[in-house]
Write a protein of this length. Structure first.
Length: 94
């Protein structure tokens, strides 16, 4: 889900989503600037994540974007940014 405040002048130009509901990509104009908003829910398994992120990249590459277009990506990446010390070396890192 991608929400935009009612008071903003927003025009969605293109809308993409996958059949599994794992990503939504909106290309549009917000307050007279072109933006791409991406909301993702990445799979848990590393193998599936690689395929998933390659698909996201393919979808973004297809978009015709202005030079100054802002791309905002958010959501659940299902990855560990860093391992807390208390987890030790036994943790299964991606």
């Amino acid at each position: 889900m991608i929400l935009v405040k009612d008071k903003f002048d927003c025009n969605v130009i293109e809308h993409l989503e996958d059949e599994q509901g794992r990503f939504i990509i909106l290309k549009g104009v917000l307050q007279w600037h072109q933006f791409v908003f991406v909301n993702i829910y990445s799979p848990n398994k590393t193998k599936d994540q690689c395929i998933f992120f390659e698909e996201i990249q393919k979808q973004l590459d297809k978009l015709e974007l202005e030079e100054n277009c802002e791309v905002v990506i958010g959501g659940d990446f299902n990855v560990i940014d860093s391992m807390p010390i208390w987890m030790g070396l036994a943790a299964n890192l991606k």
